[in-house]
Design a protein around this ligand. Structure first.
Ligand SMILES: *Cc1c(COP(=O)(O)O)cnc(C)c1O
Length: 357
C-alpha cells in the first residue's frame, strides 16, 4: 500500500520536524506518585488559598471532562488553549512550514487567521465570500495547496451562517489534502449548525470553540480545539507546557457544569431576542442600507454614509467600524449588549437618523 493510504492525513500535512519530536516532558506530564514533591522547582510555600505554588495540570482533568460532555466529544479529541486565538496559532505552527506553506481564508472574516499566519511567515491565500456571504463555489480549486482552510461559522464580522450541509462536502473533498478548520466561536447562538460530531468521520476536520462569547468569560482566556486524536497529539507537542492557569481551569470548569451550561443557554436566548429586536428597529431607520441577518451575538449594519460611527462615538457609544474592509464600506458591527444598553443605542441611532437626513 502507498504511504498516502496508510499515514493519517494530519501526519502527512504536519511540519515534518514535529513527527519524531518528543513533547517537552514537564514535571507535571511525567507525573509520579508520592507525598513529597521535589521535582518541579516549585516553592513549598503558598500565600494563597487555594494554593497556587504548584504548576497546574497540563490539561485540567475536570475542565476537559466537562467540556467533552458539553461538546459531546471524547476526552482525547479535545485540547484546551489560551482562547481560540491560541488554537489558531497552534494549528498554523503545527502544519505550516514558515516561508513555504499557506493557509486559505474566506474574506471578510476574523482577522486573526491572517495575523497569526503573518507572524509565522506563512502565506495567506484569500478566496472572498460571495455578495451573499456564501462560500465561493470554486473554493476547492482555489486553495493553491494550502495546508489549512479556515471557515468561520457563524462568521465574524458578517454574522452570516453556513449549514453543515454546505461545509461537509468541502471537508470530504479535501480529505486527502487539507485540514479544514471550522471556527465555531459563536456556535452557541446557532447551535444547530455545529459540525462537532463530524470529527469522528473526517480526519481533516478541526473545530474551534471559546468561552469568550456565549459563556461570558472573555477575560478568562479559554478556548478549545476539537479534532481527531492525531491532530490533538500534534498540537500538544506545540502548545506551551502549562497553557491553562490553575484559576482559569477552576473558573472554566465551573462554567461548564450542567448548571453553568443552563445559565449560558438562558443568556443566549435573551441575547438572541435582543438581537432580533435590534435588527428590526434599525431596519426601519432612514439612512440604513442593510441589516444583515446574524447567527451570532452581533449584527452588521450598512449605512448610507460614513458619519454614523463618529456620531455614535460622540454620544459615548463605541461600536466596531468595518469600513476599512473593502466589501464592508460604511458597515458597523454592533455587539448585542444588555437591554438597557440596546435601548440607548436604538434611541441614539434614531436621533442620528433624523439629524443627518
Ligand atoms: C472572538 C473570536 C475568537 C477568539 O476567541 P478567544 O477564545 O477569545 O481567543 C476566535 N474566532 C472568532 C471568529 C472570534 O470571533
Amino acid at each position: 500500500m502507498s504511504d498516502r493510504v496508510t499515514t493519517p492525513i494530519a501526519q502527512r500535512l504536519a511540519r515534518p520536524e514535529l513527527l519524531d519530536m518528543t513533547p517537552y516532558q514537564s514535571a507535571r506530564r511525567i507525573g509520579g506518585t508520592g507525598d513529597i514533591w521535589l521535582n518541579a522547582n516549585e516553592s513549598p510555600f503558598s500565600d494563597s488559598l487555594p494554593a497556587y505554588n504548584r504548576y497546574p495540570e497540563f490539561q485540567p482533568t475536570e475542565l476537559i471532562n466537562n467540556y467533552a460532555r458539553y461538546a459531546k466529544v471524547n476526552l482525547d479529541q479535545l485540547l484546551a488553549s489560551r482562547g481560540a486565538d491560541e488554537a489558531i496559532e497552534l494549528l498554523i505552527r503545527t502544519f505550516c512550514v514558515p516561508g513555504q506553506d499557506s493557509i486559505t481564508i474566506c474574506t471578510p472574516t476574523y482577522g486573526m487567521y491572517a495575523i497569526s499566519a503573518a507572524t509565522c511567515n506563512v502565506a495567506v491565500n484569500t478566496v472572498p465570500l460571495t455578495a451573499e456571504w456564501q462560500l465561493d463555489s470554486q473554493l476547492i480549486s482555489k486553495l493553491n495547496g494550502s495546508k489549512l482552510l479556515f471557515i468561520c461559522n457563524p462568521n465574524n464580522p458578517t454574522g452570516s451562517t453556513l449549514t453543515p450541509h454546505q461545509i461537509e462536502p468541502i471537508v470530504r473533498a479535501l480529505e486527502d489534502e487539507c485540514i479544514v478548520v471550522v471556527d465555531e466561536a459563536y456556535i452557541e447562538f446557532s447551535p444547530e449548525l455545529t459540525m462537532a460530531s463530524l470529527i469522528e468521520k473526517y480526519d481533516n476536520l478541526v473545530i474551534l470553540r471559546t468561552l469568550s462569547k456565549a459563556f461570558a468569560l472573555a477575560g478568562l482566556r479559554c478556548g478549545f480545539m476539537l479534532a481527531n486524536r492525531t491532530i490533538i497529539d500534534l498540537a500538544k507537542k506545540v502548545i506551551a507546557p502549562y497553557p491553562i492557569a490553575a484559576p482559569v481551569g477552576e473558573i472554566a470548569s465551573q462554567s461548564l457544569t450542567i448548571n453553568g451550561v443552563m445559565k449560558m443557554t438562558c443568556r443566549v436566548a435573551q441575547l438572541n431576542k435582543l438581537a432580533a429586536q435590534f435588527s428590526n428597529a434599525v431596519s426601519k431607520l432612514s439612512g440604513v442600507k442593510a441589516v444583515y441577518s446574524s447567527g451570532t451575538n452581533f449584527v452588521l449594519v450598512r449605512f448610507n454614509d460614513d458619519r454614523w460611527f463618529s456620531l455614535l462615538g460622540d454620544a459615548g457609544i463605541v461600536v466596531r467600524n468595518q469600513s476599512r474592509v473593502k466589501t464592508l464600506n460604511n458597515c458597523l458591527r454592533f455587539s448585542i449588549g444588555s437591554s438597557t444598553e440596546m435601548a440607548r443605542l436604538i434611541s441614539q441611532l434614531t436621533t442620528i437618523s433624523i439629524a443627518i437626513k
